[in-house]
Design a protein around this ligand. Structure first.
Ligand code: ACO
Length: 422
């Protein structure tokens, strides 16, 4: 069978044949047929916007791999910092490489005092932490001369280090501001997740990071580190394609993540479970979703038409966390909802399965995070993925500034009407 596709323009009879490689054919075929002909593809449903060697996702089979490594193996055996290195560099580090990377990240966790004293302190007392986080990312870039020097490999590496190291510090700072607690400085003796938990929760000197919660946090960071061309990563690439600095690009990506249809869904899941209130109310809630009165949050995915492999791992992690924190009372409602939905033809026919957000919120809540922090928790590890895509974009000779075309549906030319005649 030839691995080609032939397209005929019936208006002119002109035909173009192009290769199909990896399930993709070049849109330049359309340009060859007629340079003023475009493909209408809202939400990029059928468009591959780039080549990428970072994350492989097979939504039909529920497969997710970072640089070829199955997510299940990474969640079981790796750490977030090792995974971040893998995403950014393409291969797992040697021990020596990991030691240098860990040392460098650990020694870039502090942020300029003005970020806290002048910038964050200027927010209204009830500012949403994710809104603060988004703005803080963009503001951070203004502190570094080299931020815009994206043509220098050394400078790019330094900004990558800074962003990965400082996002937990910024995230914890946003939370401490929200609840009116003094800011905890990073502790370089702790692990990446341990330091974050310490900055979040330490009051006085008597805080010790629980090893089960530290590992659970690391696993959650691993699971959220990348997910190929999702809305946030696409925002990172689109803004990065204008040669904007990585802080501004990451702020754009974080803004996309903020939306309730994307990273904001875990917050929506906990609110939904709280509103349902009891296992007895699950059937009525399912009926209301089927009647179109809202969505079952934490279910469905643009790409996964099977169980999201991350949801499976998170469900297991939830039970480990509950051993330490006590069971989240919303768990029973979530389990009942999942059971009901997976048996209901409405959800089965539409291939709607739990996604990464369905159980993550329950863990975060049991660990004491307020719901407003959930998307921020997602953004910390996803920064590694965004930066891996940003590096890949800058090295890709096929890429140019992102600039889609439109299908104009407005009025044809018409003459201006004087105010007195309207
Ligand atoms: N509850 C009920 N019905 C749903 C749901 C849901 N969660 N998701 C999709 N559907 C239905 C739609 O109503 C539609 O039905 P129809 O064919 O009768 O009109 C059908 O399934 C297809 O839905 P689309 O909206 O076309 O699917 P799309 O790929 O555009 O949406 C999305 C994917 C946004 C994730 C959607 O499933 C959703 O809104 N889910 C809830 C929010 C959520 O959990 N988001 C987190 C996603 S994971 C992440 O971003 C990290």
């Amino acid at each position: 069978m030839p691995e080609t596709i032939t397209i005929t323009d019936d208006r002119t009879g002109k035909t173009v044949t192009v290769p199909i490689e990896g399930g993709v054919f070049p849109a330049s075929a359309i340009r060859e047929l007629d340079a003023s002909l475009y493909v209408y593809d809202p939400a990029y449903m059928q468009t591959a916007s780039c080549k990428s060697a970072i994350t492989y996702l097979d939504g039909g089979s529920g497969i997710l791999r970072y640089r070829g490594y199955p997510i299940e193996q990474l969640a079981e055996k790796s750490t977030f910092l090792e995974v971040a290195y893998l995403l950014l560099n393409g291969d797992l580090p040697t021990q020596a490489e990991l030691d240098v990377w860990t040392h460098d990240v650990t020694h870039h966790t502090f942020i300029h005092e003005n970020m806290r004293k002048r910038f964050v302190d200027g927010f209204h007392y009830d500012a949403h932490p994710m809104g603060m986080f988004v703005s803080a990312l963009a503001a951070l870039g203004t502190f570094y001369d080299g931020a815009k020097d994206i043509d220098s490999a050394d400078s790019r590496h330094k900004q990558v280090l800074r962003l990965i190291a400082k996002t937990p510090t910024i995230a914890a700072m946003c939370h401490r501001f929200s609840v009116g607690l003094p800011f905890n400085y990073p502790d370089n003796d702790l692990s990446f997740p341990g330091n974050f938990l310490s900055m979040m929760w330490k009051v006085g000197d008597d805080y010790a990071v629980d090893p089960v919660l530290e590992r659970a946090m690391d696993v959650l960071f691993i699971l959220h580190a990348d997910h190929e061309q999702n809305c946030g990563t696409t925002a990172m690439r689109v803004v990065g394609s204008s040669n904007a600095d990585p802080y501004s690009s990451a702020a754009a990506a974080a803004s996309a993540l903020y939306g309730p249809l994307h990273g904001g869904a875990n917050e929506a899941v906990v609110r939904m479970l709280t509103e349902i209130g009891s296992v007895d109310n699950v059937p009525a809630f399912i009926d209301s979703v089927k009647e179109g009165k809202g969505r079952l949050m934490g279910f469905g995915h643009r790409v996964y038409k099977n169980y999201d492999p991350r949801a499976r791992i998170i469900k297991d992690t939830a039970y480990e966390v509950f051993e330490v924190t006590g069971k989240n009372p919303l768990l029973d409602i979530a389990l009942k909802l999942e059971e009901a939905a997976l048996q209901d033809p409405y959800f089965v026919d539409r291939k709607l399965y739990p996604n990464v957000d369905f159980y993550s919120g329950l863990i975060y809540q049991a660990m004491g995070f307020p719901v407003e922090m959930f998307t921020v928790l997602f953004a910390i590890p996803r920064t590694a993925g965004w930066l891996a895509h940003w590096q890949e974009l800058l090295a890709d000779g096929d890429q140019k500034i992102s600039r889609p075309r439109q299908w104009y549906t407005g009025p044809n030319e018409r003459d201006y009407i004087a105010m007195s005649d309207r």
